[in-house]
Write a protein that binds this ligand. Structure first.
Ligand SMILES: [Zn+2]
Length: 313
């Protein structure tokens, strides 16, 4: 547990490959003995207990619960936490998580002596808000920006271009931004540098995809084994979902076209595209994998190629 003046991080006991060391729940002291909880986390009793005990130790009452997005490692504890504290829940208008108030883009929520600005942040999901705390010049970013590594952008729940637009917008709209408190990992001190790093990373990946496709038609497994050759192959299935997000964006823009291959997947292709997701730990973790990677939808074996924009004469 890391404390910094008004903001206390209470990490949920749900570590995994996708949640890193666990989901970050934040308690924010808003004055008048009132507090906000950003992302109550997974529905684990001892985590809800920890949130309530931490608030009590600081003589704070949790008045509002703010949900960044509805994924199972971020939102479900809102229900028991609200029941036990009487707090109200605020979420994105698209959120399927039960909430008392929908916050639209640029809406302000006043709590105690503080104000939080909600910002619509589509891309990782389409029910994603980030919250700006002007006093700390801090953004609570959920799964838009993490304290370590990068974020999974996987269709159909996520999409690459809206995600990239969200990163660019956060960088442009909050020039005074100091810190980022992400949904996983440690707080980030140089927030604008982190946003620039995230933007550059997506751009680099896409250049790599285009570079490969310029050498000829490629399937997603072809692209993964070329671009992620140095990466642990256990991470390839997640990378494949992200590759699909890049390819869908390029195809939508008319730069790439694809067609389904008229043959069965090889075993190697299958391990990358449709692995046995159930082999990963328990039911709760499997639910996170399903939500984060969109594994309810099995991708087809398609081959992608660049569209020729200039025809040779
Ligand atoms: Zn998420």
């Amino acid at each position: 547990m890391v404390a910094k003046s008004r903001i206390t991080l209470v990490r949920a006991p749900n570590p995994s490959a996708l949640t890193l060391s666990g989901t970050n729940s934040y308690l924010i002291d808003c004055g008048n003995e009132e507090a906000v909880c950003v992302d109550p986390g997974p529905p684990i009793d001892r985590h809800v207990d920890a949130l309530i005990e931490t608030a009590a130790q600081k003589q704070l009452r949790i008045i509002w619960i703010l949900i960044t997005h509805g994924h199972p490692d971020h939102a479900p504890a809102a229900v028991p936490l609200a029941q036990r504290t009487g707090a109200n829940v605020a979420a994105h208008p698209n959120s399927k998580a039960p909430h008392d108030r929908a916050l639209h883009d640029r809406e302000t929520l006043e709590v105690g002596r503080e104000r939080f600005l909600a910002v619509d942040a589509p891309g990782h999901t389409f029910d994603h808000l980030v919250f700006y705390d002007p006093r700390e010049r801090a953004l609570f970013t959920g799964d838009v920006v993490l304290g370590e590594g990068t974020v999974v952008i996987a269709p159909p729940g996520g999409a690459m271009r809206p995600y990239q637009a969200t990163l660019a917008r956060l960088l442009a709209d909050f020039p005074e931004l100091d810190r980022i408190y992400g949904g996983h990992g440690e707080p980030v001190d140089d927030a604008p540098a982190k946003l620039r790093e995230y933007i550059a990373h997506r751009h680099l990946r896409e250049q790599q995809v285009i570079g490969e496709l310029e050498n000829g038609p490629r399937t997603i497994p072809d692209l993964i084994t070329a671009i992620y050759a140095e990466t642990d192959s256990r991470l390839w299935p997640a990378a494949a979902r992200q590759m699909l997000a890049h390819l869908e964006a390029l195809e939508h823009e008319g730069r790439v076209r694809s067609r389904q291959l008229d043959r069965a997947m090889t075993l190697e292709e299958k391990t990358i595209l449709i692995p046995d997701w159930s082999s990963s730990a328990g039911a709760e973790e499997a639910e996170v994998v399903r939500a984060e990677l969109g594994t309810d939808v099995d991708p087809e074996l398609r081959v992608y190629e660049m569209c020729n924009t200039t025809l040779p004469n």
